[in-house]
Design a binder for this molecule. Structure first.
Ligand code: ADP
Ligand code: MG
Length: 707
């Protein structure tokens, strides 16, 4: 017992005791030891019994088909009533042990590798009747079953001849083991207080939580595997409700902890606007007005500015910063990478100069005296505006009075960093900018009611990107075409895909491509990838931006924000492996200057129908919003933007978009609950605390406690 206890983390003091069994280690289950426990842990993505309970069956094996031996079809799962005729133990190691059985229509061999003779003799005694279930295959013209899934006595027939749920599995873990472990885990399921609204629960026809968990593991039929199954719905709703409650709690605390009203005078903008080389679009003006209104209010702003690549978010952010500065506070502009931070510095410089503003560009690269001088300016308030990377917050830089922060390209920042930022200023207003058109259902799960401004109108004069699907067998012709374009001054990105299993393989693919292109184009080709040091990366990017390089071979690191208007060609290799939104982001890197741009989506065929359809969407539209909706439809929320690294939450039970309606309902429910019972003190509130602990939202509970 002591060894297994050690693997269990300390329990949070205020977690209801009723939940304890669910938080015990998997090894507390009978039949789960340290070795298969490790595998199981990997499979269910967590060390606790609860993680196993969240691991649902995804298919069925139908064992109800029970033909005679002569009618048992090759490749099908059957349950047979057989008589055991004779055992043929393996002659040598490595050869199979065979048990010869038959019914009145024919004979069949049961085949076992690495067999234990004693065990088989006990399971399949000679001259007895047995029930055997498994997949039939024909070997040299004779039927056999290799490693039957189930063996029993005639009286076990009803138990074997069923529809059996099948779990997602991993190497070294059998369905039998997972079923057994899940069955045992169900024994740990406690009765919990009901946190759902009774009327709502009744209307939906949902069962109690513990019943729903049991039903999810013992679906009556195939319908039990579908998202609209009642048990699944209930569990999904619970998860979404926990998510929405957490977000609402975080937000209400952020709002409470604030109280700064930044009402702009317009004085600085009057100086900047004449310095802009363009007119603001209607969408930009609308977004600025929405931000102004938020900032003028005493509560804390949390607004998302969504605008496709090239829609002109930067100038909107610049205008918003003026509100804070005109009120004597500082504003910060955060970019995800050094190169982007410096690029923003360049963009903003003429505007800030026009308004006589004092600003610094601060990145992790600044060291020693230079760094001290910068931090000094930030701390004293001499710098009214700070442009930099999130390093600003990690490296202990103190602001004099940070009133407003813009976070650019949000999806590169995790939730964690967002919280860090909130801690930095006093009621700092926050504007998050993203080029990734996140569908509303996803923003809801990540931010709750975060207000959204949308730049749904592109600046005038943009030319469409000529997008082409190309089988990789035409690569040479394409390269010839690129060579011709380069002669006339074009620059090209060449993106190699991310192979998820291994960064090394990725890198190998990119390096190989680099070698091929280098052989042809010489030192005008550069390579940039995720394993390089940030300074090395920036140096290569800089060379491409300045025109020292004509071709930039890259893994997906270039996805975010770089602005090289002279780049007019984008090649994406293995385009079929990318998400559509990702392709859209990449394509957005070209078509920024005056010249006609191209995007080549190279695929390695043959492509299936859906894959082709997916890619051809890229040819049909450049509307990022449409593309992301399609992407979501075709791939599911979990895959979109590679959710894990994006800071977007992943769900274990809810499945978007199938559960979109449940999400909307959970959203309203959470709002209603906290409106009535902001401290979760009523009986339902108490039950909801249990729900929050169940989904490990301990942080939300901490917010409740600290008020
Ligand atoms: P993103 O939304 O991708 O961050 P940027 O702010 O970098 O877009 O703007 C992209 C380009 O469009 C920049 O070169 C910028 O100067 C230009 N731009 C922004 N707003 C307008 C506008 N209203 N009219 C014309 N060009 C604009
Ligand atoms: Mg930008």
């Amino acid at each position: 017992m002591s060894s297994e206890r050690k693997t269990e983390p300390a329990r949070p003091a205020s977690r209801p005791f009723a939940l304890d069994p669910l938080f015990r280690a998997l090894t507390a289950l009978p039949g789960v030891g340290p070795k298969n426990g490790k595998l199981l842990e990997k499979l269910v993505e967590g060390p606790k019994i609860l993680d196993l309970l969240w691991h649902r069956p995804i298919a069925f094996v139908d064992r109800r088909f029970s033909p005679k031996v002569k009618d048992a079809p090759d490749g099908k799962v059957v349950t047979l009533a057989l008589r055991v005729n004779k055992h043929f133990p393996n002659a040598r190691k490595g050869l199979p042990y065979k048990v010869w059985c038959s019914d009145e229509t024919g004979a069949i061999n049961l085949v076992f590798f690495h067999a234990h003779k004693d065990w088989l003799e006990k399971q399949l005694p000679m001259d007895t009747d047995v029930i055997v279930s498994g997949r039939v295959e024909y070997f040299q013209g004779n039927p056999q079953i290799v490693h039957p899934d189930a063996i029993g006595k005639p009286e076990d027939r009803a138990a074997i001849e069923t529809v059996e749920p099948v779990y997602p599995l991993t190497q070294g873990i059998t369905n039998k083991l997972v079923r057994k472990a899940a069955g045992a885990a169900l024994g740990f399921v406690p009765e919990l207080p009901e946190w759902l609204d009774e009327a709502h629960k009744k209307r939906q026809g949902w069962a109690d939580w513990n019943e729903a968990v049991k039903a999810a593991h013992n679906p009556a039929d195939e319908r039990g595997l579908l998202p609209e199954d009642k048990a699944r719905e209930r569990l999904a709703y619970d998860e979404l409700l926990a998510n929405q409650l957490t977000i609402a709690l975080v937000r209400s605390r952020q709002k409470k902890s604030s109280g700064r009203a930044f009402k702009g005078t317009g004085e600085l903008r009057r100086k900047i606007i004449p310095a802009l080389p363009f007119e603001l679009t209607g969408a930009q003006k609308r977004a600025i007005a929405e931000i102004d209104k938020d900032m003028a209010e005493a509560s804390r702003m949390m607004r998302l500015l969504q605008g496709d690549v090239g829609s002109g978010k930067t100038v909107v952010a610049a205008m918003a910063m003026m509100n804070a500065v005109e009120n004597g506070a500082q504003a910060a502009f955060l970019a995800p990478t050094e190169i982007l931070a410096r690029q923003h510095g360049e963009t903003l410089r003429p505007w800030l100069d026009a308004a006589d503003l004092r600003y610094v560009v601060f990145t992790g690269r600044d060291k020693g005296k230079a760094r001290d001088a910068l931090t000094q300016k930030i701390a004293s308030g001499e710098a009214q505006i700070v442009i930099g990377t999130h390093a600003i917050f990690q490296e202990g830089v103190e602001f004099n009075d940070l009133g407003f922060a813009v976070i650019d390209e949000q999806h590169r920042f995790g939730v964690h960093q967002r919280l860090q930022l909130s801690a930095k200023g006093r009621g700092t207003d926050i504007l998050v900018m993203t080029a990734t058109p996140i569908p509303r259902t996803l923003t809801l799960t990540a931010y709750g009611d975060m207000e959204v401004s949308r730049l749904d109108e592109k600046p005038p004069g943009r030319k469409p990107v000529d997008t082409r699907l190309l089988d990789s067998s035409h690569m040479d012709e394409m390269i010839d075409g690129i060579a011709r374009q380069i002669k006339t001054g074009a620059r090209a990105y060449w993106v190699c895909p991310l192979v998820e299993e291994s960064e090394l393989i990725d890198l190998a693919a990119a390096e190989e491509r680099y070698d091929v292109l280098h052989a042809r184009f010489g030192d005008k080709v550069g390579l940039v990838h995720g394993r390089m040091k940030p300074t090395e990366k920036d140096a290569v990017m800089q060379k491409f931006a300045s025109g020292t390089l004509d071709i930039l071979v890259a893994t997906t690191v270039i996805e975010v924000g770089v602005n090289v208007p002279e780049a007019t060609i984008m090649v994406i290799e293995h385009a079929e492996r990318f998400g559509l939104s990702q392709l859209h982001q990449l394509r957005g890197r070209v078509g920024r200057g005056g010249d006609k741009s191209y995007c080549f989506l190279l695929y390695y065929g043959p492509l299936g129908e859906t894959a082709k359809e997916r890619l051809s969407i890229m040819r049909q539209t450049e509307d990022g919003f449409l593309i992301s909706e399609k992407d979501l439809e075709l791939r599911g929320a979990g895959d979109l933007l590679g959710v894990r690294q994006s800071g977007m939450p992943t769900f274990r039970l809810a499945e978007l978009p199938a559960h979109n309606e449940l999400l909307a309902a959970a959203h309203d429910d959470a709002k209603y609950i906290l409106g009535k019972d902001p401290e979760l003190k009523t009986p339902r509130g108490e039950a909801l605390r249990t729900l929050l602990y169940l989904f490990e939202r301990d942080q939300a509970i901490a917010y409740l406690r600290s008020g």
